[in-house]
Write a new protein. Structure first.
Length: 611
C-alpha cells in the first residue's frame, strides 16, 4: 500500500493560512497600516477602489526595505519583530507573526515599491498568488508603497461572499479608526474612489477623536487618568447624557493594540450604575499600559483577544477610575440652590426695636399678641341665604336656543354607542375579552406591527405624510455613517424625511414623518444608521422578494422608535383604536422580527384555575 500523506505545496498552504488572516479588504488595510506604523512612518496614506475589491494602496514614509528584505518579507514566518520565543513576552510592536504579507500575496496581485534613506534607488517587486513575477530597481520616495490588486482573484468562493461596497467600505473605516485612535501623532489620510474620506493631522488624542466623530462629540467626553503599580489607565469616557442604545463608539486599547474585552466593558457599565437607562451605553476610549509580560496577545491571528494575568484587580481599578472621572467633573446629579435674584430673608435679632432696624432686615425684640384669639371659635353667619336672593332661580333661566327641533321621544330612542371596556395592566399589556376567553396584547409590539406596515406601504408607493420643522436641523455624520446614507436616502425620503445634502458628511433635516412628533430627528436618524450598519448584508426570512431589505430594516427601526413605549397610560378609546388597527394588519400575531404580540387565555382554562 502506497503512502497517502503528502506535503502541501507552498501556494496551497499560503491560501489556507490566508483564510484566517485575510478575511476581507479591511484585513489587508489593517495589516499594511500596522506594518507602516512599526516602520516608524509619520505620514500614512490609504487609497481604495471599489471598497478594496479592485485595489488597495498604502503609502508610508517609514524606514523602507532593502532588496533582500523586500523578497524575504513575503516568506512565511519571516519577521523583524522577534528573534526568539522569549520575545513574545516583551512585545511592543503591532505585528510579530510574519504571516500578514505572505497571506496577502497568496490571494492577490501585489506591487511593492520601497527605498531606504541610504539607498539611491529603490526596489520594485511584483507578485501574483505568492509567486514573484518580476524584480527590478526603480525610482521611488523614501518608505514603502504597497499596491494590492484583485483581492481573492484566485479564490472565487471567498470573493463571491464579500458584502456590498458600502458594507466593505464601512468595515475598512472601522479598522482604520482602530489604528488612527492609537497614534494621534501620525498623519493619516483615507481616499475611496478618488474622494477623500479622512484627513487627520497630528495632534492630541481629544483632537483626533473630534476630527473623526465631530467637534461636538469631543466636547462630551471626560478625561480619565489612573496610575497604579499594576497598570496605567488613560483616555476618555462619555458623559451620562451621551448614553444611547445603538451606534456607541466603545474602544479598549492595550499597549497601543485594539482589543475586545466583555469583562472590562461590564466594569465601565458598572461605574454608570443608576446614572443611565437600562440597555443604553456610553462611549469610551480607554487605553491600558501594562507590562507585556503580564498579558498574552498570541491567542488569535487578529490579535483582538488578549488575556490578562491580573484581570480582577484591573477591573476594580477601572471601575474606580471611571467613577472618579464622573465625580471629579461633577457629572453626578445634585441639588443646586440658586439664590441669585431671590429676596433676602431677615435674620432674627432680639436687640432690634426701631423702624430703622426693621428696615435693615432685623426682627423686633417684642410684638403685641392676643392669646385669647381663636378664629375657629367664631360662629358662622346665619344670614347666608340673603347672599343669593338677587340671583334668578332655575325656573326663570330660559333654555338655550336649538337649531333643530328634537322629537319628544328623542332622549329615549337614541342610545350612545359605547366602545367595549379594556384594561391596561402595568402600562405594558392591554387586556380585553373575546368570544373564546381573555386576550392579552403587548401594546408596544402591537404598535410596532401597525407602524411597520404603514411605513412599508409608504415606501412601496403610497404618498408619505411629512411634518415640516420650524427650523431645519443640521445632521453631522461620521465617515462610516456617511457611507451608509446614500443607500438609505431613498427609503428615508419615502417615509417622510426631508433631507438636503450640505456636504460629504452633513445634511439639513427640514421635515420628519408625521406621527413621530416629540422625537429628536437627529438622534433618530443616527439610530437608524447604526441599526442599518448592523444588518447590512444580512438575510431576513420576513422579507419578500419584491421589497428591498434596506427598506424593511428601516421601516422596522423607525417603527420601534415611534411606537407606544412601555409605561405610557392609554385611555379606553386609545386602547380600542390600537386593537382595531392591529386586527387590520396582515399579521396580528407576530412583530416583523418574529416576537409574539398577543396571547389568548381560553375561558375553560380560567374556569379550571378558579374552580
Amino acid at each position: 500500500m502506497s503512502d497517502i500523506i503528502q506535503l502541501l505545496p507552498d501556494s496551497v498552504a499560503n491560501q489556507i493560512a490566508a483564510g484566517e488572516v485575510i478575511q476581507r479588504p479591511a484585513s489587508v488595510i489593517k495589516e499594511l497600516v500596522e506594518n507602516a506604523v512599526d516602520a516608524g512612518a509619520t505620514t500614512i496614506n490609504v487609497l481604495v477602489v471599489d471598497a478594496g475589491r479592485t485595489s488597495i494602496q498604502v503609502i508610508d514614509n517609514g524606514c523602507g526595505m532593502s532588496l533582500t528584505d523586500a523578497r524575504l518579507a513575503f516568506e512565511r514566518h519571516a519577521t523583524s519583530k522577534i528573534r526568539q520565543a522569549d520575545d513574545l513576552f516583551s512585545l511592543r510592536t503591532m505585528g510579530f507573526r510574519g504571516e500578514a504579507l505572505p497571506s496577502i500575496a497568496a490571494v492577490s496581485q501585489v506591487e511593492l515599491r520601497t527605498r531606504r534613506a541610504e539607498d539611491e534607488v529603490g526596489t520594485c517587486l511584483m507578485l501574483s498568488g505568492s509567486r514573484i513575477e518580476s524584480q527590478e530597481p526603480c525610482s521611488c520616495s523614501l518608505g514603502s508603497s504597497f499596491m494590492v490588486n484583485n483581492l481573492f482573484f484566485n479564490v472565487p468562493a471567498r470573493r463571491k461572499f464579500l458584502k456590498t461596497n458600502a458594507t466593505e467600505l464601512n468595515n475598512i473605516l472601522t479598522a482604520f479608526e482602530r489604528i488612527v485612535l492609537v497614534y494621534p501623532s501620525i498623519n493619516f489620510t483615507l481616499h475611496s474612489n478618488g474622494q477623500e474620506l479622512m484627513n487627520l493631522r497630528s495632534g492630541t488624542l481629544r483632537q483626533r477623536i473630534s476630527d473623526i466623530y465631530g467637534r461636538r462629540y469631543g466636547q462630551d467626553l471626560l478625561p480619565i487618568q489612573v496610575e497604579t503599580a499594576l497598570c496605567r489607565i488613560s483616555g476618555f469616557v462619555g458623559k451620562p447624557e451621551t448614553a444611547r442604545k445603538k451606534g456607541v463608539h466603545e474602544y479598549f486599547f492595550v499597549n497601543g493594540r485594539y482589543m475586545k474585552h466583555a469583562y472590562f466593558h461590564k466594569a465601565v457599565q458598572q461605574a454608570y450604575d443608576r446614572m443611565i437607562l437600562a440597555g443604553t451605553h456610553v462611549p469610551y476610549f480607554i487605553y491600558f499600559e501594562v507590562n507585556p509580560a503580564e498579558i498574552d496577545v498570541n491567542i488569535h491571528p487578529t490579535k483582538t483577544e488578549i488575556k490578562f494575568e491580573n484581570e480582577q484587580p484591573i477591573w476594580q481599578i477601572l471601575v474606580a477610575g471611571v467613577r472618579d472621572a464622573l465625580g471629579q467633573f461633577c457629572e453626578i446629579p445634585q441639588i443646586d440652590f440658586d439664590t441669585e435674584g431671590k429676596p433676602d430673608i431677615p435674620v432674627y435679632n432680639p436687640s432690634a426695636d426701631s423702624p430703622s432696624q426693621l428696615a435693615n432686615g432685623q426682627w423686633p425684640k417684642t410684638s403685641s399678641t392676643q392669646p385669647s384669639y381663636n378664629p375657629f371659635r367664631q360662629k358662622p353667619s346665619q344670614d347666608w341665604q340673603r347672599l343669593y336672593e338677587s340671583l334668578p332661580s332655575e325656573a326663570d333661566v330660559p333654555a338655550p336656543p336649538s337649531l333643530f327641533e328634537e322629537p319628544a321621544d328623542a332622549a329615549s330612542s337614541s342610545v350612545p354607542e359605547v366602545s367595549p371596556l379594556h384594561y391596561q395592566f402595568k402600562g405594558r399589556y392591554v387586556m380585553t375579552t373575546v368570544k373564546s376567553g381573555l386576550m392579552v396584547i403587548d401594546q408596544h409590539r402591537a404598535d410596532v406591527r401597525i407602524r411597520y406596515e404603514r411605513y412599508m406601504q409608504q415606501m412601496t408607493g403610497a404618498p408619505a405624510q411629512s411634518q415640516r420643522l420650524l427650523f431645519p436641523e443640521t445632521l453631522e455624520l461620521t465617515p462610516a455613517e456617511a457611507t451608509l446614507m446614500p443607500e438609505l436616502m431613498t427609503a428615508l425620503t419615502s417615509v417622510g424625511f426631508d433631507l438636503t445634502p450640505l456636504g460629504p458628511t452633513s445634511y439639513a433635516v427640514a421635515g420628519v414623518p408625521a406621527g413621530i412628533e416629540g422625537l429628536d430627528p437627529i438622534s433618530l436618524i443616527r439610530d437608524l444608521l447604526a441599526e442599518s450598519e448592523q444588518v447590512q448584508g444580512a438575510s431576513h426570512a420576513r422579507l419578500t422578494s419584491d421589497v428591498l431589505p434596506v427598506m424593511s430594516d428601516l421601516a422596522l427601526s423607525l417603527a420601534r422608535h415611534a411606537a407606544i413605549p412601555y409605561g405610557q397610560v392609554l385611555s379606553n378609546d386609545e386602547m380600542d383604536a390600537l386593537i382595531n388597527h392591529l386586527f387590520s394588519c396582515k399579521d396580528v400575531n407576530h412583530t416583523p422580527d418574529g416576537k409574539s404580540i398577543l396571547s389568548i387565555f381560553p375561558e375553560q382554562d380560567i374556569d379550571r384555575l378558579l374552580g
